[in-house]
Design a protein around this ligand. Structure first.
Ligand code: FMN
Length: 370
């Protein structure tokens, strides 16, 4: 028998409901945004993606994989977009399938910034705050290639990128999403603006922590105005070293992200999602206090994957309002039931994380019916 802890204890449990703005979650397990590159060259979600998300609808909230708002911002071959009506229509089928199962789903809007290549984004220009390349390689249509040196964005291009986020958010909500998550993490465009290493601008978008936070504040504010703040979340990953953002100075990190959350607080966003190795540590908890809204957390991709014990503990210790879970949900579509009942778990197959077919995607078994 499973015991619903919320019935016997005043402390919220992982399996108790919570509201993130206008989004009502049946439990506090949130599916992490995870790029799975199954959308083909059209970027239109098809039957396979509909089935994948449908299978996982028992989590409190699904956050979709990173999705490009316009073609130039595509970061991976096979990544879905929401740049066209056809792509939005594909997402509408995903949202309807999740809703039919009683689930909730928000779309993660991801602009890859300099974290892409012309052989990924259809030969379009690569834009970033400054003309500095990531030191490394990425998988393109022609195999592995070094990241290109991006072009520093003009003020007009910064404005256009903001408009792309807004248009994408409108499309997602019109297609039936419960909300949108702005991807400000993992070294893509928005974190490139926050980073003192990637952003070497000398205008109002670079230099001081306040200036580096400006673009993210403008994007989130504009999206919130367009679709309603209670349907908008933001993901950040302070100090997480992906894509050469090198946020190594704690004082600078606190000044930058502190300004960001101070400015976002009055908006009344649905949630702040923080990826950090120490969700219960000083930095994340200070950002939570200053944000003064719902916080959801994830330990990041560097250690082992998020475990049941970790998730239970993070809620019990009140480090967050909900826990963002990635790889365990790739491998276990019915993870909520497994964690609630203490059942064994399937192991993920990392070699199949990135496409292209059903194997390692929709074929992980559910618990046997009792
Ligand atoms: C296959 C894969 C794809 C990912 N894609 C994204 C993404 O599109 N957007 C994002 O914000 N994070 C992405 N992440 C990071 C996850 O959201 C999460 O932070 C990470 O998997 C650590 O959580 P876990 O230990 O529970 O798996 C990805 C991680 C994995 C494993």
């Amino acid at each position: 028998m499973t015991v619903n802890i919320s019935e016997v204890s005043p402390v919220p449990s992982l399996f108790s409901p919570v509201a993130l703005g206008k989004i009502e979650l049946a439990n506090r397990i949130v599916m992490a945004p995870m790029t799975r590159v199954r959308a083909g060259s059209s970027g239109i979600p098809g039957d396979l993606m509909v089935e994948y998300y449908r299978q996982r609808a028992s989590v409190g909230l699904i956050i979709t994989e990173g999705t490009y708002p316009d073609h130039a911002s595509q970061g991976y071959v096979g990544e879905p977009g929401i740049a066209t009506d056809e792509q939005a229509a594909g997402w509408q089928r995903v949202f309807e399938a999740v809703h039919a199962e009683g689930g909730r789903i928000v779309l993660q809007i991801m602009h890859a910034g300099r974290g892409t290549h012309p052989d990924i984004n259809g030969g379009r220009r690569i834009l970033a705050p400054s003309a500095i390349a990531i030191d490394g390689k990425t998988f393109t249509e022609k195999g592995e290639q070094p990241y290109p040196v991006p072009e520093a964005m003009t003020t007009a291009e910064i404005r256009a990128a903001l408009e792309d986020f807004v248009t994408a958010a409108r499309r997602a909500i019109e297609a039936g999403a419960d909300g949108v998550e702005i991807h400000g993490a993992n070294g893509y465009l928005l974190q490139e603006f926050l980073s003192p290493a990637a952003n070497q601008r000398t205008d109002g978008y670079g230099g001081s922590p306040q200036n580096r936070a400006r673009f993210v504040i403008e994007v989130v504010t504009a999206v919130a105005q367009a679709v309603g703040a209670e349907r908008v979340g933001l993901r950040i990953s302070p100090e997480v070293d992906l894509g050469d953002v090198f946020e190594t100075d704690r004082d600078d990190v606190l000044a930058t992200y502190g300004t960001l959350v101070d400015q976002l607080r009055p908006l009344g966003l649905a949630y702040l999602s923080v990826l950090h190795t120490e969700p219960g540590g000083d930095l994340v908890q200070e950002l939570r206090r200053r944000f003064d809204g719902k916080l959801i957390v994830n330990n990041g991709p560097f250690g082992g994957q998020t475990t049941r014990e970790q998730a239970l503990q993070q809620i019990e210790a009140d480090h967050a309002d909900a826990v963002v879970v990635g790889r365990a949900l790739i491998a276990n579509p019915d993870l909520v039931e497994r964690w609630q009942g203490g059942h064994p778990e399937n192991e993920p197959r990392p070699e199949l994380f990135y496409g292209p077919g059903a194997e390692g995607y929709t074929d992980y078994p559910f618990l046997e019916a009792a």
